[in-house]
Design a protein around this ligand. Structure first.
Ligand SMILES: Cc1cc2nc3c(=O)[nH]c(=O)nc-3n(C[C@H](O)[C@H](O)[C@H](O)COP(=O)(O)OP(=O)(O)OC[C@H]3O[C@@H](n4cnc5c(N)ncnc54)[C@H](O)[C@@H]3O)c2cc1C
Length: 359
């Protein structure tokens, strides 16, 4: 049985790995000339680690991760902590430089599985894929080609990403200590995760009315927006800043059509506010390999739609510019620890279908 995966991001590479483990003959077609990830850092939550456990690589990934307390160290701009990570009860996130995690996953694939410099142009329900070098027919085609997916556009045309907010991201030079913090301002939040090698990944998300606003000097703009915040030393140690508008997708009615399945951002790109986009791509990948096309929508639609909805709502609340909204956010940060744990538990307690069958 032959599977073609469009896209070798975190979702595509994990899908290829899961399908190979399940006995498929897999070819991955990646548009970029070289394999890799651009961007800064990434947190991986226990639900995705459990998915990777089912592929036998969870321990390797854990060993390469740096723990971050950011989900529980909640601060205001002065640096005052309204909530503090409790090592006895709170689970840290596993953090990476994106390129490091991607390299680790891709290294698990046998040589020759990924064909780089080969963009997918279109696909039919019967599994015929047209790409840069010709065409191929497969029993299963996986659209893992990101938010602007060509696979989705061929079979689910006209789905337009929606603007959510704008984000600056950076990675410090080595030599910075950080346990992981989440700092809420009015209309902006600043996230900091340690990612190993004494480096820190940070992201500043801000409310913006429209996409496409650009700045001559991004680092200067970040400094302007967080002047007086306790995070300024991180900016002093940051050589380069990325600036992106963030978009998400409206919910799709299904992720399967004929022999084709969508996963990750191609299926349900979500606001980054729960740190679950890549985690859900990983869940999708192991689920598809475990349940096949027949069971995939049943297993994935409700969960991913619910999480995307939650991320959108959380983002809107976290980036509110109203005084009342911000006051409520601060109150929320003082909610009992059990309430915050319950919210994360809902996301993090997922187990992959193979584990369920075995257990
Ligand atoms: C600011 C920000 C912070 C985030 N933080 C987190 C976090 O902490 N934790 C988390 O879990 N998620 C996070 N996310 C979400 C996460 O980055 C994405 O959900 C995840 O990377 C999606 O992976 P993917 O493989 O589905 O898609 P992508 O990473 O977009 O990969 C798609 C791949 O397909 C290739 N491609 C595109 N078109 C074609 C084509 N036509 N033919 C062939 N190949 C093609 C691309 O080159 C790329 O390699 C964050 C997102 C943002 C914006």
């Amino acid at each position: 049985m032959k599977a073609v995966v469009a896209g070798a991001g975190i979702g595509g590479v994990t899908a290829a790995l899961a399908l190979i483990r399940a006995g498929w003959d897999v070819e991955v077609l990646e548009r970029a000339p070289e394999l890799g990830e651009v961007g800064a850092g990434l947190s991986i939550a226990p639900n995705a680690l459990r998915a990777l456990d089912s592929l036998g690589i969870g321990e390797k990934v854990r060993a390469a991760a740096t723990p971050s307390q950011a989900a529980y160290n909640l601060c205001v701009p002065s640096g005052e902590r309204l909530r503090r990570f409790d090592p006895a009860h709170d689970t840290p996130l596993s953090c990476f430089h994106r390129a490091d995690l991607h390299r680790l996953l891709a290294a698990e694939l046998p040589d020759g599985v990924v064909r780089t410099g080969c963009a997918v142009h279109s696909v039919t329900e019967d599994g015929e894929v047209v790409h840069d070098a010709g065409r191929v027919t497969a029993d299963l085609v996986v659209g893992a080609d990101g938010i602007h997916s060509a696979v989705r556009e061929a079979l689910w045309p006209g789905i337009t990403p929606r603007f959510r907010c704008t984000v600056w991201r950076g990675v410090t030079e080595p030599g910075v200590e950080e346990a992981g913090t989440f700092t809420f301002g009015r209309g902006a939040y600043f996230l900091a995760h340690p990612i190993g090698g004494e480096r820190v990944y940070w992201a500043l998300a801000v409310h913006e009315r429209r996409p496409g606003v650009r700045y001559a000097d991004d680092l200067a703009e970040v400094r302007r927006r967080v002047r007086g915040w306790h995070v300024e030393p991180l900016l002093d140690a940051t050589p380069k800043v990325l600036h992106n508008d963030v978009t998400d997708l409206p919910p799709l009615p299904a992720y399967v059509r004929g022999r084709v399945a969508l996963l990750g951002d191609a299926a349900h790109a979500m606001a980054p506010d729960l740190g679950q986009g890549a985690c859900q791509a990983i869940e999708d990948a192991v689920t598809l390999a475990a349940v096949g096309l027949e069971g995939y929508d049943r297993a994935r639609l409700a969960r991913t739609r619910g999480i995307a909805r939650m991320a959108r709502r959380k983002g809107a609340m976290a980036l509110t510019t109203s005084r009342l909204g911000y006051a409520l956010n601060r109150l929320g940060m003082r909610a009992p620890a059990a309430v915050i744990r319950k919210q994360t538990e809902k996301l993090w307690s997922w187990t992959p279908p193979t584990a369920r069958a075995a257990g």
